[in-house]
Design a binder for this molecule. Structure first.
Ligand code: GLU
Length: 449
């Protein structure tokens, strides 16, 4: 990476790299935030004096633990579990668990760091944390997943609590896993502590719209960005990458807002259908059957399956990258811009590489960074916590209206901070500055802790 930051923040960045060797994703996430903070430090000398940025870059607590379990053949398996409790200035640590073979400390720290700013941007009382394991749920039976979750929670439970740390899902952790994790927490603690996990099932403390929230939120955010530019999603062609929870519901909401979603992807390739994807078939294949997109193409004759290709080869007006980190590089971004892409709303965490972000910003493409555009998921988790605390359960309509309002406010906070700190229209700067200021103010009030 070659872009320079103010000398002060450059020194902080170098220190982060030195203290956290070989954690590239974490370095990348930190650098992106630090690049935005020069003007903030110039206006707030107290944050330099109190080393607020240095403290924000250092997690409050990091837990790494062994997760032993037995597979269906009786063979012993050993995974590594993580929980990084990053910042609790605004509320209990809050953030998902990711089960994926690529998980290591650097991934968990990048996600936890992003979560601190994202959660601040929602305006809700939640701190930031993240966790997971290098466990690969793919091809595992329900019994194996259950035994893994039970072993994972047998260590993790001592670090959790509705006022302490509240995990949820992320890649590889959905309703099934949250169920097993909650069951084990309840058994060990002998407490029906609904607010200790979010993303629960609707019959046992879950909130309506939580399943849909991240994807819906990313579509709402795209719509907010377009409205700010005097246009809308209506009639736009959209490409969504991924076909997991975030992607499916981004497709659903984009369609409801009048767009035509023409492509989505999985790790084996992508499907494209100029007439628009058939969401019902897509949900059946991905959510019910846990199948592949090639199965979708076999059932929907108008769709074309491209094995091994990049979904970013498909020209569109709006892109919603919703697969995983660094899935969209500088070249893909340039192709998108050339193809007429006017807005990018990140459904995943850090899906665009720094080069891609640079391409979008210099082309004047409306760009919603993940920590703003995908904040709808965790915001709705905070709504789930509210419902649990009051032993209440809201309707779908009420909860969705709250989500829509939250996404509007997140966009407004980013746009205002960008304006105030000299980068009008730049939502990357806006998200970083607005998120930082809210956390920093609370940390300042709490003294040196
Ligand atoms: N994993 C989601 C995220 O990246 C949701 C976290 C939560 O609901 O706590 O924001």
């Amino acid at each position: 990476m070659t872009r320079t930051v103010a000398p002060l923040v450059e020194a902080i960045y170098e220190d982060v790299v030195r203290r956290n060797p070989a954690e590239e994703e974490f370095h990348q996430a930190v650098r992106e935030v630090l690049e935005s903070l020069g003007p903030v430090l110039a206006r707030h000398p107290e944050y330099t004096e109190l080393k607020t940025i240095e403290r924000i870059c250092e997690p409050e607590r990091q837990v790494i633990f062994r997760v032993p379990w037995q597979d269906d053949r009786g063979e012993v398996q050993i995974n590594r579990g993580f929980r990084v409790e990053f910042n609790s200035a605004l509320g209990p640590y809050k953030g998902g668990l990711r089960f994926h073979p690529s998980v290591y400390l650097g991934i968990v720290k990048f996600l936890g760091f992003e979560q601190v700013f994202k959660n601040a941007l929602t305006g809700m009382p939640i701190g930031g944390g993240k966790g997971g394991a290098d466990f690969d749920p793919k091809g595992r039976s329900d019994g194996e997943v259950m035994r893994f979750c039970q072993s994972f929670m047998t260590e993790l439970y001592r670090h959790l609590g509705e006022h302490t740390d509240v995990p949820a899902g992320d890649i590889g952790v959905g309703g099934r896993e949250i169920g097993y994790l909650f069951g084990q927490y309840k058994r060990i603690t002998n407490r029906y502590e609904s607010g200790v996990l979010t993303g629960k099932g609707l019959t046992w403390g879950g909130a309506r719209v939580r399943t849909e929230a991240t994807g819906y939120g990313a579509a709402f955010f795209a719509s907010e960005m377009l409205t700010a530019r005097g246009t809308s999603l209506e009639g736009r062609t959209v490409v969504v990458s991924g076909s997991g929870n975030v992607a499916l519901y981004a497709v659903e909401k984009a369609e409801q807002l009048g767009a035509r979603v023409i492509a989505c992807s999985d790790s084996a390739g992508y499907v494209v259908d100029e007439g628009g994807l058939d969401l019902e078939v897509l949900k059946q294949v991905k959510e019910v059957e846990r199948g592949r997109l090639s199965d979708y193409a076999e059932r929907v004759r108008s769709a074309r399956h491209v094995a091994g290709g990049s979904v970013w080869d498909v020209p569109c007006e709006v892109a919603v990258p919703s697969a995983t980190q660094n899935e969209l590089d500088g070249e893909a971004a340039a192709r998108l811009v050339r193809g007429g892409c006017i807005a990018v709303s990140e459904g995943a965490n850090m899906p665009s590489t720094p080069e891609a972000v640079q391409v979008f910003r210099s082309a004047g493409t409306a760009f919603g960074p993940g920590k703003a555009a995908n904040a709808g998921g965790v915001a709705t988790s905070a709504l789930e916590m509210q419902q649990n605390a009051s032993r209440d359960s809201w309707t779908f309509e009420h909860t969705e209206a709250r989500l829509e309002r939250i996404m509007h406010d997140v966009h407004a906070r980013c746009a205002e901070a960008a304006e105030e700190y000299g980068s009008p229209g730049d939502l990357v700067v806006g998200a970083n500055v607005a998120g930082f200021l809210r956390v920093a103010e609370a940390m300042h009030a709490h003294g040196l802790v």
